[in-house]
Design a binder for this molecule. Sequence first.
Ligand code: SAH
Length: 225
Amino acid sequence: MNVFSRLTPEAQGLGMTSQRARDRLIARLREEGIADRRVLDVLTRLPRHLFVEPALESRAYEDTALPIGHAQTISQPWVVARMTEALIQTRVPDKVLEIGTGSGYQAAVLAALCANVYTVERIEGLLRDARRRFRKLGIANIRSKNDDGRVGWAEFAPYDAIILTAAGEEIDPALFAQLAPDGVMVAPVGPSGAQRLLRYRREGEEWKAEMLGHVSFVPLLGGVS
Ligand code: SAH
């Protein structure tokens, strides 16, 4: 599957933001411990510069978070890679729910690996831009909605995997209820300045959290705007 191959070289950004810059980023991610070839392949092919504001395009292949407007950010590539790796490690989930579409980059990464991606974003303007990017890239397996994702998206549950890309102090039980019995959830949890990246999997009757590292995400907020 190669959802990006139909793009013209210009749209793929093989010109100004060259393949070399992308290759450098991939080399760096490897050095920083990202080992899953499937994840590295997707990040090599996906044009991250199309997910940031034009003024920031030249910085799109730096390993940093960047502003996307509305006081939100596109996550750092290393974080996207690490979370994706953690999500697909045991098996590649068929059906994934993401909370916090933002630029749409993480959803696009997942769409290259998983059959069906569902994503929820509370800021309408961001979601509109993300949908435009999915269309431009010919990505057709992402379904999205403008809503408060703290309680998930019950309509299409259960999901094989759930990923949160904004940090709450705790995870709403509704999200666990929408996870398949052998599902996996990856989420930053905790207050600003002290967030931990957790992976939940079921052990017997309980969801057990495994600590993957320290992270810094924007907060999971209530309501829709
Ligand atoms: N996955 C995104 C990261 C965006 S930052 C990317 O790849 O670019 C996190 C996003 O979560 C922000 O856009 C923010 O508006 C959104 N968010 C925060 N709280 C939310 C909630 N309760 N429901 C849905 N989205 C939320």
